[in-house]
Design a protein around this ligand. Sequence first.
Ligand SMILES: NC(=O)c1ccc[n+]([C@@H]2O[C@H](COP(=O)([O-])OP(=O)(O)OC[C@H]3O[C@@H](n4cnc5c(N)ncnc54)[C@H](OP(=O)(O)O)[C@@H]3O)[C@@H](O)[C@H]2O)c1
Length: 240
Amino acid sequence: MPVYCITGTNRGLGLEFVRQLAQSSDNTIIAATRSLSSDLGDLKTVASPSTHILECDTSSVASIHSFVKAVSRTLGDDKKIDFLLNSAGVNLASSQSSLNLGPDEVQAQIAVNVIGPAKTVEFLLDAGLLSKDVRVLNMTSGLASMQLSSESKPRKCAGYSISKAALNMLTVHQSEDLKQHLPGAVVILMDPGWVKTRLGGAGAMLEPSESIGDVLGVLHNLGSEDNGSFFHHSGKKIPW
Ligand SMILES: NC(=O)c1ccc[n+]([C@@H]2O[C@H](COP(=O)([O-])OP(=O)(O)OC[C@H]3O[C@@H](n4cnc5c(N)ncnc54)[C@H](OP(=O)(O)O)[C@@H]3O)[C@@H](O)[C@H]2O)c1
């Protein structure tokens, strides 16, 4: 009876994770969403009876604290999180290049794309809510790869790319630090591909169902040797 905890589930890839996972009544799902006041119609439509919709604004340390308390109340003493999927993310001001970066936009992206996953893992660990063999997936991008970005002309989405590269380094650290507490933990990075969501745009290559179907296949076959790896949704490793 695995427990999944997913951030950013009201739309996009987070919603698709819930849709696919809710098809098994064995799965307990913590579906985190930035605001319980926003339109959660799509999420409620795909949710199963064992899906719990909780508020978590991953740009706010206080909100992540409150969320972890709510997760603790929801799971009780018996259940812990087996799969933590940090999917919430933002790509702001994608037209900005390295020569006209907006400090506010960069900081806002660092808050959601880096500090959010860092504090979510930290606070869930501190609350004893991660299982001993937890799998943590941080949703990154091919734009975070130094090698792939070096080969791309023109360069794209500078601020977003920088924030996701920072997420990659966070993951390198988490993959070792978490094992000090939970020796069976595996922490990975996932590039979902270019997917038709609000972030990816209508011209993207993949449907959310294809991308997330692949991602779950990789997630469910992870071994200890994969800790700290940077995966493409196909299961291939991406060059750093
Ligand atoms: N789609 C792609 O082609 C693609 C490619 C590479 C990587 N990714 C990554 O995949 C992940 C999901 O992207 P997506 O395509 O599903 O994007 P999306 O359609 O724009 O959805 C983003 C999700 O993140 C949530 N979110 C944003 N800020 C948040 C915050 N402060 N607190 C909590 N939730 C927040 C949004 O909630 P609200 O509606 O409340 O804002 C929404 O649920 C992101 O990390 C993204 O960087 C996507």
